[in-house]
Design a protein around this ligand. Structure first.
Ligand code: SAJ
Length: 451
């Protein structure tokens, strides 16, 4: 297993490719995006992640990492391409209701990138190769979607290889495994090495081969299971978080009605040794937690009402935030709103599935002047959004809405806030509570804090 071909050079594929390359493997990183290949070949990195640029540059300089647009023959193929949600029939903000609204449609995984990547390696496969799917997928995707595609190479996988052993030479066997990653954006390199991993083989030998490969840099424990179990484990982890956050959000809505502070109540409840309630907020973003629960739901829609309700609860939070803004600025003609934070969580640049995008969209539909400030966000051009500096967003604004608790917003200078036309602040992250408690001139509303 000397040569590895990694398909997809995004947040997971690129660090993984660089990690293998700096551990002695010959790695070809493949991406269909010309910009990604060009950027990497010029020695730069298209993603913001601590330590990634240094690692990738070391890998490129050593000659162990090469970047290309087409896959080539190798011992191992690792597929790390996106699995977004397919667009629903009713698109965008039209489909957004109140928290938990029952009408929002079911969502499904878009598997075309995985199928395209698998198709692209069929001609490169040789007997004895290992194909690993790292992308997060609905249960049974490895056995029902990936295996049939790679078998078009004429090679056999798992049981089939045994069944046809007499007729086919042993060297016509292919090994296939699902090895989901579990790293946290912002700490990817550290967690790639340290985290435990679940390795799902379509058969025992496939799992063993994958474990041997990852043990070159993984310090965490590796657990060998079948491919479908590995798919479910990954999805269950993120679904557990989504349902927990939905519960925190539901508690926040109740707190606003019964007149308590949900942040304080959750903190106190978490003093119980067996309780860990997560934090409420403007919704759930990112390319994992907001998506993965749907992959379980699509596999068994009739028995996943809890998972689906939690998803709709979290998807409805932006509409609730906009309600809070409306109540606060109701007396102001043509209000100017400063939205602080576009990334889906603190101190990252990623805006995928960010609830802030929905909040901005819903606010703009009122015809209001909406300004956006985010010191970190990498905003794709097609979103057509213009970002401004913090002072520029606040100057003359009527209402500041804290949507992401970036470090830069936790200590907003009081003179920046003083430049606002009206002193109204809506805080969806409990980010400014202590500062605001000392400054009584502000009309300060916190999500989940009733009066
Ligand atoms: N959020 C809340 N309240 C909370 C925690 C998070 O509203 O108490 C929101 C965040 O603001 C954000 C979203 O949820 O919008 C998700 O953020 P996150 O930090 O919980 O998770 P991700 O998506 O950055 O990373 C997750 C991680 N999964 C788990 O912790 C179980 C990571 O380990 C996975 O590798 C990653 O998903 C993935 O790739 O699946």
């Amino acid at each position: 297993m000397d040569k590895i071909c990694v398909l997809g050079l995004g947040y997971i594929g690129l660090p993984t490719a660089a990690m293998f390359a700096t551990h002695g493997f010959q790695v070809v990183g493949v991406d269909i995006n010309e910009h990604v290949v060009g950027t990497l070949n010029s020695g730069d990195v298209h993603l913001k992640e601590p330590g990634l640029k240094t690692l990738v540059q070391a890998a490129l300089k050593s000659g162990n990492l090469q970047v290309a647009r087409e896959p080539e023959a190798a011992d191992v193929f690792i597929i790390a391409v996106p699995t977004p949600l397919a667009e629903p029939k009713e698109q965008g903000v039209e489909a957004i209701g109140a928290p938990g609204a029952g009408g929002a449609p079911m969502r499904h995984a878009e598997l075309s990138y995985i199928m395209g990547a698998a198709d692209s390696i069929v001609g490169c496969l040789r007997g004895g190769n290992l194909v690993i799917l790292e992308s997060t997928v609905p249960p049974r995707t490895t056995v029902d979607v990936l295996v049939p595609i790679v078998e078009r190479s004429g090679l056999w996988v798992g049981d089939l290889a045994q069944k046809h052993a007499q007729r086919r030479a042993a060297d016509a066997r292919l090994y296939v495994a699902h090895c989901p990653e579990r790293v946290l954006p912002g700490r990817i390199l550290e967690e790639l090495v340290r985290n435990d991993r679940v390795i799902g083989g379509v058969d025992g030998p496939s799992a063993q081969m994958a474990k041997a490969l990852y043990s070159s840099f993984v310090d965490g424990e590796m657990f060998l299971v079948d491919a479908t179990t590995a798919e479910m484990v990954k999805l269950m982890e993120n679904t557990y978080r989504d349902v927990n956050i939905a519960l925190a959000n539901e508690f926040a809505l109740v707190a606003e009605r019964v007149g308590i502070d949900v942040w304080q109540a959750i903190e106190l409840a978490n003093h119980h040794p067996r309780v860990n309630i997560l934090r409420p907020g403007p919704g759930v973003g990112g390319h994992c937690i907001a998506i993965d629960p749907w992959f379980i739901a699509q596999a068994a829609p009739e028995v996943t009402s809890l998972i689906q309700t939690a998803r709709r609860m979290n998807d409805g939070m932006p509409a609730h935030v906009v309600e809070l803004v409306k109540q606060a600025v109701g007396h102001i003609q043509d209000p100017v709103i400063a939205c602080l934070g576009l990334a889906y969580k603190a101190d990252v640049d990623d805006v995928r599935e960010s609830p802030s995008l929905t909040v901005v969209n819903l606010l703009e539909r009122n015809g209001w002047d909406v300004r956006i400030c985010d010191p970190n966000a990498r905003v794709p051009g097609e979103l057509g959004l213009r970002l401004v500096s913090l002072p520029e967003s606040l100057r003359g604004a009527d209402c500041a809405v804290i949507l992401t608790d970036h470090r830069e917003f936790l200590s907003i200078a009081s003179d920046a806030l003083a430049a606002m036309r009206h002193p109204i602040v809506i805080d969806t992250r409990n980010a400014l509570a202590s500062m605001m408690q000392q400054a009584h001139q502000w009309a300060y509303t916190r999500l989940g804090a009733g009066h």
